[in-house]
Design a protein around this ligand. Structure first.
Ligand SMILES: [Zn+2]
Ligand SMILES: [Zn+2]
Length: 326
């Protein structure tokens, strides 16, 4: 599992930083938080493939976070994409893409689902493809979960910005313990379907004897799943703390340094100190400061310095930064 920063600038791109986009490479798929303007080049430069199962999570409708999305979808149309794409975001996400269908002829000749999160109504509205503007289904949200399969959840929370904005978390489910094949053989259990059950931690009966794989040392204890939280644009927000409790990594916006706290408050953004305090409250293991104002294009070390005084395990995002999550 690897996190790759594709864009780390706020509002306008600068020489070394593109607009916001962060990719999470998880097994055979990609999860992308926000879709800044130059995301296609970001994916190419990061060596990421365009035909992988993909989930895109859009935090809000400010241009710097969403303008790359239609272009990326056009690209998918050109490469004969076959892998499924799910896009999640605030209300009107479908309309935004549907207008590109109507005006520019954007098509989705691959499996596409669009999910609008209607926070006020506690609803998730699902659209399929771009041909019909009728929603496919509506469902009530439970515990803010917008997606779940047997490996992970995606959850959202409302954060505190000048327009409706969501923060997101990727939450991996506990993973199977380590399997010890030698121990299984030692106990006379041949390689077979039973091994699969044992690996899952199931107690089985073998030759009239009950075997608990954990007690017998055939399998190790379940390993805790990993958790990644993304803030979107926001002023310091307690609901984000709740969402991201015990995250392995918090990717938090840090648009300004401390001496511009007034502007941060006025524009509903965070300073790097705000981000560090949130990471500490959240009990995160690591903080990545991103969404850096263009005024720091020559030197953003001040932001990092300030954050580190409060939360030592802070990193300043830069484009194409890669972090392996064990
Ligand atoms: Zn922004
Ligand atoms: Zn914004």
């Amino acid at each position: 599992m690897e996190l790759i920063i594709l864009g780390s600038s706020a509002a306008i791109p600068v020489q070394e930083r593109n607009l916001p986009a962060t990719a999470l490479k998880y097994k055979n798929e990609l999860i992308i938080f926000d879709c800044g303007e130059d995301i296609q080049r970001g994916l190419i430069n990061a060596g990421l493939k365009f035909n992988k199962p993909l989930k895109i999570l859009i935090s809000h409708f400010h241009g710097d976070h969403i303008i790359g999305l239609p272009g990326l979808l056009f690209r998918f149309g050109l490469i004969d994409r076959t892998a499924p794409l799910f896009v999640f975001g605030p209300p009107n996400l479908f309309l935004y893409l549907f207008l590109h269908r109507k005006i520019l002829g954007l098509k989705a000749p691959y499996p596409l689902k669009i999910f609008e999160i209607h926070h006020n109504q506690n609803k998730l509205i699902e659209f399929e493809g771009l041909d019909s503007d009728q929603a496919l289904s509506e469902s009530s949200l439970k515990n803010n979960i917008i997606y779940e399969d047997d490996r992970y959840y995606l959850k959202y929370t409302l954060v505190d910005h000048s327009v409706l904005t969501y923060g997101y978390a990727f939450i991996e489910k506990p993973r199977k313990g380590k399997f010890n094949p030698d121990r299984a053989r030692e106990l006379g259990i041949p390689e077979s379907r039973i091994w699969t059950k044992l690996h899952e931690g199931q107690i089985i009966e073998f030759q009239g004897k009950k075997i608990d794989p954990l007690k017998e040392g055939i399998v190790g204890p379940k390993r805790q799943g990993r958790k990644i939280t993304y803030s979107g644009d926001t002023a310091p927000c307690n609901d984000l703390v709740k969402l991201g409790e015990n995250s392995d990594i918090l990717i938090h916006e840090a648009t300004f340094s401390q001496n511009l706290t007034d502007i941060a408050i006025e524009k509903k953004h965070s300073t790097s100190i705000d981000a560090a305090i949130i990471a500490k409250k959240m009990n995160a293991k690591q903080l990545i400061l991103t969404h850096i104002s263009s005024r720091y294009q020559e030197d953003a070390t001040q932001l990092l310095k300030e954050a580190k005084e409060i939360f030592p395990n802070s990193i300043l995002a830069k484009d194409l930064l890669r972090i392996e999550i064990k």
